[in-house]
Design a protein around this ligand. Structure first.
Ligand code: UDP
Length: 383
């Protein structure tokens, strides 16, 4: 029998779960407090320059998951795109992630791969056997000089605290390569939606059983009209922040335009702590198949997220983890709601993982329904 579902949030999680349920014959209502769909991967054409802008900062689609890749390609053409990030540090421009070119340029050498590996190994602090913090991980794997040039200042700006307070897992996102491969990601599939992420999400939502309502604030009393709620808003927001707020970093973007090509690449990081922004994004380089005379760039500043700001990166340090455990326990006592996505589970999630989890969540719901088993509050645990 067809049921009615509420998706709170019209980002990737809400859209993908909603689509799966709609295709299975159910009615789906999707609400979002913002006046646009696609959450933080929202893209928009800039009126002044005609450039497709990543409104909430750079989003590059990369995955090893063949099903997710085929899923997104089913809704939008993905154009070939390799993320080649540069970084400015100490008055020079280097290539990221740290690769043979970066190492040779930084140390003024002409190392071949094995020589560079031995050299970096000699720089590494081998007294650190089981790195726990970001700093320990960096000192263990790249040594003090590279750490200070490329990671220390950037990370301090990005997270607003010392890398000695951050978990090693954040640095583990970045590889070190002993060849000239400067592709930021190592995934099999990588690309950029031809007409932006918002167009892709629009098509995912384009189904007769789906209704989207924008500018709508959700409160728990609305849940009674639905068989189940999939909630992708902030976990603490669901409980009206009763126990306090989970910490996030937010971003401020300082927009500027330029006649021509401002920096020659999509993303230029700034490793020095003395430069107040973390990076500059020049959006037209995300669509290299298009041609625009003018350019639009965002200088990106990171700071602590206040109540009216857009939450970006969950902080997940000791203090937040304790509060998270309390909210998660409270969530477990709710029925007919499943918390999903980056904000619903308070995790740092890439887009492909978000889609994978959303597909799995919808399928789990449908199979549990068939067997008459209750759907869990978290399919993917926030803890
Ligand atoms: N990072 C750094 N220097 C850089 C780029 C990244 O120290 O030039 C660190 C920083 O702490 C960041 C983490 O590595 O939060 C992960 O980087 P990634 O590029 O994955 O961050 P995102 O694009 O998700 O913000």
């Amino acid at each position: 029998m067809a049921e009615k579902f509420l998706m709170v949030g019209a980002g990737l999680s809400g859209a993908v779960i909603g689509r799966e349920l709609a295709q299975a014959g159910h009615e789906v209502e999707i609400v979002d407090t913002r006046n646009h769909i696609a959450g933080n991967c929202h893209t928009e054409r800039d009126d002044e320059t005609g450039v497709m802008v990543h409104v909430y900062g750079p989003h590059i689609f990369h995955t090893d998951d063949a099903e997710v890749w085929s899923y997104v390609n089913g809704f939008e053409t993905f154009m070939p795109f390799k993320n080649r990030v540069k970084t400015t540090s100490g008055g020079q421009v280097y290539s990221l992630p740290v690769n043979l070119h970066t190492i040779n340029q930084f140390f003024g050498k002409t190392f071949r791969p094995e020589e560079a590996r031995a050299f970096i190994e000699a720089q590494a602090d081998k007294s650190i056997t089981d790195p726990q913090t970001f700093e320990e991980q960096a000192l263990r794997f790249v040594g003090k000089d590279l750490y200070e040039a490329f990671f220390k200042g950037y990370t301090q700006k990005q997270w607003g605290c010392s890398p000695t307070e951050l978990p090693a897992s954040i640095l583990k996102r970045l590889p070190v390569r002993f060849n000239y491969d400067d592709n930021y990601f190592f995934h099999k599939f990588q690309g950029m939606p031809e007409n932006g992420y918002t167009r892709m999400v629009e098509r995912i939502l384009d189904h007769p059983n789906i209704t989207v309502k924008l500018g709508v604030h959700f409160d728990r009393s609305q849940a009674v009209d639905f068989a189940h709620v999939f909630y992708s808003g902030p976990l603490d927001g669901y409980f009206a922040y009763e126990l306090g707020r989970l910490g996030y970093r937010t971003l401020d973007f300082e927009r500027f335009t330029y006649e021509g090509d401002y920096q020659g690449c999509a993303v230029m990081n700034y490793g020095d702590f003395s430069v107040p922004y973390t990076r500059i994004t020049e959006h037209k380089h995300f669509s290299p198949w298009e041609e625009q005379a003018k350019s639009v760039c965002y200088r990106e500043f990171s700071r602590s997220c206040e109540p009216d700001d857009v939450p970006y990166y969950p902080i997940r340090m000791v203090k937040e983890k304790a509060l998270l455990a309390d909210y998660a326990a409270r969530a477990e006592r709710e029925s007919r709601v499943t918390f999903v996505g980056r904000l619903g589970t308070y995790r740092y999630l890439d887009m492909d993982v978000t889609i994978r989890e959303a597909l799995d969540t919808a399928r789990l719901y449908l199979s549990k329904k068939e067997q008459g088993i209750k759907m869990p509050t978290f399919v993917h645990s926030p803890i």
